[in-house]
Design a protein around this ligand. Structure first.
Ligand code: MSP
Length: 511
């Protein structure tokens, strides 16, 4: 039976227009959604916007706008970005939608009923930018300004009546849960971080605010709004029509397979979220993967530094697939990565234009000139041919393993290695010198076309547009791509027309 695979991105704050960091999380999630789809899984891929809380309320006020109007305007730029990035998301959720209100209110009522929530008073530090509470030890004084050590964002003192979630009670069950689910938090380095945070002792968590109104009201007390993180995290359930747990989406896709997030929001996803769910008797997600930061010139992007990278500008200049390829290949997944124009241009010239583009063009042009653009009919594989073709079959299980473990770099490295090997094969076999041995010439072309087909399937989750340009020439439609078919060495129908493939990537002229 086909596996059900549910992947989510963080839902983004529509406080300002999207930047490269948001694009990065979304592109990576799209990679996994697409690779799983062609591997035969039922995929549900969710993204969206996180629209409540003081951060958004203040951002709206600073523009003199009503928060809902403000969110409507910016949320649409995130929705548009998901189209520009060619995301294959099945849904786009906004926390201001009524389906989400229903879901959050329900979760709150369950927690209240199970006696997991009580009313008291909060006094402590709060960062509006992170929408997070910090203890005295987590704060530092920089030039007279109190900041959260972890994020360097300003904190303010807060004292107000608040509902609390009994987080302290979940310390041991959480540690047990991490122990029983050793791959719940990936990469492993981040898991250790989380475990030591939990072992350091968990305090009950303030889960409502009284001093502002932009949020979902506590069902039993309309003076309070629900803490924006409890609200936001629940989006992952709302999109599956929770609280209706007998519906198909929920039954198929909960618990989520992977919440893909940036490392900045690990604590919320790997500590608070499973604690809320365990307390409500809802199974926690199977995995939380915390990726690193995209840095701009060695630094974290920020409005104040003026180094925000706009994905739209880069796409306009270089195209979408080069950006997708670059982010997936050049950033060591799980770690921070620096984005530079020079490295992006190198990627386009060497990997995309020289390696992939050139292979497709050379082989199909040769086929057009010598074999009337038809898939050769008389073929007989030599040992060399079988070796290069079977490499995909031999590595099939590894490739599946890479995708299941979110080891995206090993997956890409395999493709690059195969591209080099395929170009080398075509060079070494010199079909242009085989005009007197037409069977051999036929076979070399057949093998080369098969290699292009297999590599294009592997590239599909990374550069879907370009890969589809090639696969269409092979008569393979998007909904028919089969990952498994990379094991097949005789996929192409003898005599089938294969039109010549034109330039896929223009090389960037370097001055
Ligand atoms: N709204 C919360 C998430 C709620 S999820 C239930 C939030 N939003 S955010 O707009 O600040 O987006 C945070 C996410 O965007 C990060 O976790 C990460 O996935 C992505 N990125 C934002 N800046 C980034 C980089 N510079 N580099 C890589 N990704 C980063 O937090």
């Amino acid at each position: 039976m086909a596996e059900n695979f549910y992947i989510t991105t963080p839902i983004y704050y529509p406080s300002a227009k999207p930047h490269m960091g948001h694009a990065y999380s979304s592109i990576i999630a799209d990679f996994f959604a697409r690779v799983k789809k062609i591997q035969g899984s039922n995929v549900f891929f969710l993204t969206g916007t996180d629209e409540h809380g003081l951060k958004i309320q203040r951002a709206a006020e600073s523009k003199g706008k009503d928060p809902k109007v403000f969110c409507d305007e910016i949320s649409v730029t995130f929705r548009d970005l998901s189209k520009t990035l060619n995301l294959s998301n099945n849904d786009f959720i906004r926390t201001t939608e009524s389906r989400h209100f229903k879901s959050v209110e329900n979760l709150w009522k369950i927690l209240e009923k199970k006696n997991e929530i009580y009313l008291s008073k909060y006094s402590g530090w709060y960062s509006v930018s992170d929408e997070a509470f910090y203890s005295e030890e987590e704060i530092e004084n920089i030039d007279g300004v109190k900041k959260a050590k972890i994020s360097a964002s300003d904190v303010e003192w807060l004292e107000e009546e608040s509902y609390f979630f009994k987080l302290s009670k979940w310390e041991k069950p959480l540690l047990k849960f991490y122990d029983e689910n050793p791959e719940f938090i990936l990469p492993i380095s981040r898991k250790n971080e989380v475990i030591s945070f939990v072992k350091g002792g968990l305090k009950d968590l303030s889960v409502s605010r009284k001093s502002f109104s932009w949020g979902i009201k506590v069902p039993s007390n309309s003076e309070h709004v629900i803490y924006v993180w409890l609200d936001a995290l629940t989006n992952y359930l709302s999109a599956l029509n929770y609280p209706d747990i007998s519906n198909n989406l929920y039954k198929k896709f909960w618990p989520a397979t992977v919440h893909l997030i940036g490392k900045d929001i690990l604590r919320f996803h790997a500590v608070y979220w499973p604690a809320f769910l365990l307390a409500a008797d809802i199974p926690p997600p199977k995995r939380v993967y915390g990726h690193g930061w995209i840095l701009s010139g060695e630094e974290k992007m920020s409005k104040s530094k003026g180094n925000i990278l706009d994905p739209i500008e880069i796409i306009k200049k270089y195209g979408l697939d080069p950006l997708r390829y670059y982010l997936i290949k050049e950033v060591s997944f799980g770690n921070d990565g620096n984005i530079s124009k020079e490295k992006l241009e190198n990627c386009i010239n060497s990997d995309l234009a020289n390696n992939y583009g050139n292979l497709c063009q050379r082989v199909t042009a040769f086929n057009e000139k010598n074999l009337n653009s038809e898939v050769p009919k008389n073929i007989s594989f030599s040992n060399t041919d079988l070796k290069i073709l079977d490499n995909f079959k031999d590595n099939y299980n590894n490739l599946i393993e890479y995708t299941n473990k979110q080891d995206i770099n090993s997956y890409v490295n395999y493709i690059i290695e195969r591209l080099f090997a395929s170009n080398k094969y075509f060079n070494d076999e010199e079909p242009w010198k085989k005009k007197n041995d037409i069977d051999r010439l036929n076979t070399i072309v057949y093998v080369s076309l098969e290699l292009i087909r297999k590599i294009s399937i592997l590239l599909y989750p990374i550069i879907p547009d370009t890969s589809m340009k090639v696969l269409k020439v092979f008569n393979i439609n998007e909904d028919k791509i089969s990952f498994e078919s990379i094991k097949n060495n005789n996929f192409l129908k003898k005599g089938q027309k294969i039109n010549k493939i034109n330039i896929l990537f223009k090389k960037i002229e370097k001055l």
